[in-house]
Design a protein around this ligand. Structure first.
Ligand code: HEC
Length: 221
């Protein structure tokens, strides 16, 4: 026991020397990794450079014994998503869209101002911020036949049909399915409806603001 103690005593000085060496060495090791341009050796290359697979792309992981289903399970929707819109992009689908109900509750003030923002970005360039078909694309004559959404015929247009048109496009208007999510599209058409209702309340003569391109046909029904 005594011998061991003595050895420890002798080693005590040695240990403090070792400690200093350790500190110097470790601070060197830590700071030597600072240079990002020289990353040095990679300890686990598999983790540093993971093999990337596209989420929904076909892959051969199954052959490697990995059970990974690349596409969503049939008949399911992602959490929080709205049900798929199933009406087809044809005249029959257009007709049937009049019966489609708005799945969203009445928008609150915050959602409505978000809907207004989306409308101003995506729709106002043609339909105008006041729905009067006086957007820059209309006044410049670049796009013809833009619907004046202040007209009674568009006030009477069911919200489901507005959603249908926003989803698939109509005439010179393109589809917004890739720019706006289903929820955003419903928000935008709810905003259009609310603006139409506001304008109906404030003015009785809804035709006085009709622009030159405002007589868009509804013949394609
Ligand atoms: C490039 C210009 C353009 C943009 C942008 C545009 N529209 Fe249109 N929109 C039109 C034209 C043109 C028509 C007339 C289509 C027809 O009846 O041939 C129309 C028609 C409509 C109608 C009437 C549909 C019907 O059944 O008669 C609604 C509602 C509508 N647009 C909503 C929107 C909304 C909402 C947006 C934004 C998400 C939008 N539009 C963006 C050009 C545009």
């Amino acid at each position: 026991m005594k011998i061991v103690k003595n050895i420890l005593n002798v080693e005590g000085h040695l240990n403090s020397f070792k400690g200093v060496c350790f500190l110097v060495l470790s601070s060197y090791l830590f700071t030597s990794c600072m240079d990002k341009r020289h990353p040095g050796r990679i300890y686990m290359p598999d983790m540093a450079y993971s093999r990337a697979y596209e989420a929904y792309a076909t892959n051969n992981l199954k052959n490697e014994g990995i059970n990974y289903i690349p596409s969503p399970v049939q008949g399911t929707i992602s959490r929080g998503d709205l049900f798929p819109y199933t009406l087809p992009d044809d005249s029959n689908g257009y007709k049937m869209s009049s019966g489609v109900k708005d799945p969203l509750p009445l928008l609150n003030a915050a959602d409505l101002s978000e809907a207004q923002r989306l409308y101003n970005i995506n729709c106002a360039i043609c339909h105008g911020v006041n729905l009067d078909a006086q957007g820059p694309m209309a006044t410049s004559g670049k796009v013809g036949g833009i619907a004046n959404l202040q007209l009674d015929q568009y006030k009477a247009l069911p919200i489901g049909t507005m959603f249908h048109v926003t989803t698939y496009g109509k005439g010179n208007m393109g589809s917004y399915a890739s720019q706006l999510s289903k929820k955003q599209r419903w928000m935008v058409v709810q905003y259009v409806k609310s603006q139409q209702a506001k304008q109906s309340a404030s003015t009785t003569d809804s035709t006085k603001v009709a622009g030159k391109d405002s007589t868009a046909s509804t013949a394609k029904k």
